[in-house]
Each structure stands twice: as structure tokens, then as C-alpha cells.
Design a protein around this ligand. Structure first.
Ligand code: SF4
Length: 319
């Protein structure tokens, strides 16, 4: 099994152009796996992806987190998960061993796990599509070297599970990487999170950074040490970074607390308002949402939705 620039693949299309917006961060999927084993009732904690889903559409959140309807990962999300896994193993090695060749070996070793994943099996990829999937994954993995030299990074921890209370809100998350600024034992901490989606324009960077600011708050709550910076590593594109200040942490935690209160109010009233918009095209529950179907029909008629939007399948007018 080769992991490299695959022959016969149209390389004009990048990972972040496939599948539109990812419905949730693949890195959180194993936290949310808890949803499958708890008997019933609302989730007893908030993760960044759960909070983000609620803010974008309360009804979608209800389908996912109250009704626990399936939200199968698509091709782009699975490719991102695979890339995360390879980079996690890579960054656990000493710096000098973090090379592209080592990454290729790890990719070959962990590939069978992806092939056995039920979500991957459900994609029913033919040989060419599977080759494309491997290329998408490898593009994301290789993209790390375009934004930093992993051999030079002082990695403190990878895939660190956080389970803390932030301003009274039970919060869970998994930090992709906690780094140190340099090799000194007491060097400041840096929060790093891999992203295989499209990097946001400067206007939207603040909202995206909320996730890593919450991770910084969680690390501070657990260790007593406030990280110096929080970074989103958009693989193959750029690093979006912010200093971790009291003001920014307070704003992120306050936003989390507001969301938690809003969720409680919706649960009490058993009312979850829909927010029809462009993301309806990528909502797996659109077939159960009349407002979402109307939105899809309007956008389709006006030519304002990509033909690849998966939810278009729910429109009877789409041939
Ligand atoms: S279809 Fe749109 S409005 Fe309906 S639940 Fe999904 S995202 Fe929300």
C-alpha cells in the first residue's frame, strides 16, 4: 500500500474542497462515542463540536445529541481522522525521527484500521475512489511540513483528553498536541490543533480560535499553568495563532457558559429552533426538517448550492 502523490488522481482538488463543511470535528468523534452507550437523557457535558453544532442550529443539535441520530463521517472527515492518527503517532516519536518517510511507514501501518472502519466501508469506494482517498489523506499529512518542521517542535503531549469544569460547565475535549515553546522543562505551553478543512478568512478566525482557547482554559484548570499561545494548524495552508490572554479566555468561557444555559432552556421548553442556511446542504437530518427542505429547494432553484451537497438527495426535484 503506497502513500504518496497517487498517480491518476486529479490533484487540482484539495482535501478542503471535498465534502463542503465537515459536520463535526473528527477528532471529537471518540468523545461523542459516549453518546452511543449512555441510556438516555441530554449529554452531561459540552465539547467544542457540540457547542458549535448548537450555535449553528439548535434543531440539528437536538437530532444529534438528544435523539442520537447517526451522523456518519463522510470521505473528507474520515481522511482527516486518518491524517490525525498518523500525525499523532509521528509526534510521539523523538524529533529527529519525525520525517516524511516515517509518516509514510505509519500511514501504511495504520491503514488497515481505516479500511475496517464501518464508516469507511459504508462509503463503498471503488479502486479509483480509494486511491483518491489515500491521496487526500496523504495531502493532509504532508501538509504539516508546509507549515512547520515537526522535527523542531518540543511536543509535551498528544491527544490529551480534557475533562474539567469551566465556569460551572462540564467540558470535555481532546487536544491534538500540547507543545512547549522550546526544550526547557518549564518553557511555556502552546496548544496546537490540526485542521484539514479550509482555513478561514481573517474575518472568521476569531470564532474558529474559540476551540483552542477553551482547550487552553482546560489545560490551565488541570495543570495550573496558562498556555502562552493557541494555534490552529491548517495542514498545507497556514497557522492561525492567538496569544492566550485573560480577556480572550474569559470571552471563550463566557460563550461556552451562554451556550450551556441556552441548551438547558431548549431542553426545558422541548423546543429547538431550526436555523436554515447554507449548512442545510450538509445536514444529515434535512429529510426530517421541513424548514431545511424548504431552504434546500430555494437554494437549488436559485442555483445557490453546490451540486455535491449531500442533502440534495432529499429533494424529490433533484434528478
Ligand atoms: S436542515 Fe438546516 S435547519 Fe434543519 S436541522 Fe439541518 S441545519 Fe438545521
Amino acid at each position: 500500500m503506497e502513500f504518496d502523490a497517487a498517480e491518476g488522481v486529479d490533484t487540482s482538488e484539495r482535501l478542503y474542497d471535498v465534502g463542503g463543511e465537515r459536520p463535526h470535528d473528527a477528532a471529537d468523534s471518540h468523545i461523542e462515542g459516549d453518546l452511543q452507550v449512555r441510556p438516555e437523557g441530554p449529554p452531561p457535558y459540552l465539547s467544542p463540536s457540540s457547542a458549535s453544532t448548537f450555535r449553528s442550529c439548535a434543531r440539528r443539535w437536538k437530532f444529534r445529541y438528544i435523539d442520537r441520530l447517526a451522523d456518519p463521517a463522510g470521505e473528507a472527515a474520515l481522511a482527516g481522522t486518518f491524517a490525525h492518527r498518523v500525525l499523532e503517532d509521528l509526534c510521539q516519536l523523538p524529533g529527529a525521527e519525525r520525517t516524511l518517510e516515517t509518516a509514510r511507514t505509519i500511514a501504511r501501518d495504520v491503514w488497515p484500521e481505516t479500511v475496517d472502519d464501518p464508516d469507511f466501508v459504508a462509503l463503498e469506494l471503488d479502486e479509483e475512489a480509494e486511491r483518491r482517498f489515500r491521496w487526500l489523506s496523504w495531502t493532509a499529512i504532508e501538509g504539516l511540513w508546509r507549515i512547520e518542521d515537526p522535527a523542531e517542535v518540543t511536543v509535551e503531549a498528544t491527544e490529551q483528553k480534557m475533562d474539567v469544569e469551566l465556569d460551572g460547565v462540564p467540558f470535555r475535549g481532546i487536544v491534538d498536541r500540547i507543545d512547549r515553546l522550546d526544550a526547557a522543562v518549564d518553557s511555556p505551553l502552546i496548544i496546537s490543533d490540526y485542521k484539514s478543512g479550509r482555513a478561514p478568512s481573517p474575518r472568521f478566525q476569531g470564532a474558529r480560535l474559540d476551540q483552542v482557547l477553551l482547550y487552553a482554559a482546560a489545560v490551565e484548570a488541570e495543570s495550573g499553568q496558562r498556555p502562552q499561545a493557541a494555534r490552529l494548524l491548517y495542514l498545507g495552508q497556514c497557522i492561525v495563532e492567538t496569544p492566550v490572554t485573560e480577556k480572550l479566555i474569559s470571552a471563550a468561557v463566557e460563550g461556552l457558559s451562554d451556550t450551556w444555559e441556552h441548551i438547558a432552556a431548549c431542553i426545558d421548553a422541548d423546543t429547538y429552533a431550526p436555523t436554515p442556511g447554507p449548512l442545510c446542504g450538509w445536514c444529515p437530518y434535512a429529510d426530517q426538517c421541513p424548514e431545511g427542505l424548504d431552504e434546500l429547494a430555494r437554494r437549488h432553484a436559485a442555483g445557490r448550492i453546490r451540486a455535491s451537497a449531500p442533502a440534495l438527495q432529499f429533494l424529490s426535484t433533484v434528478g
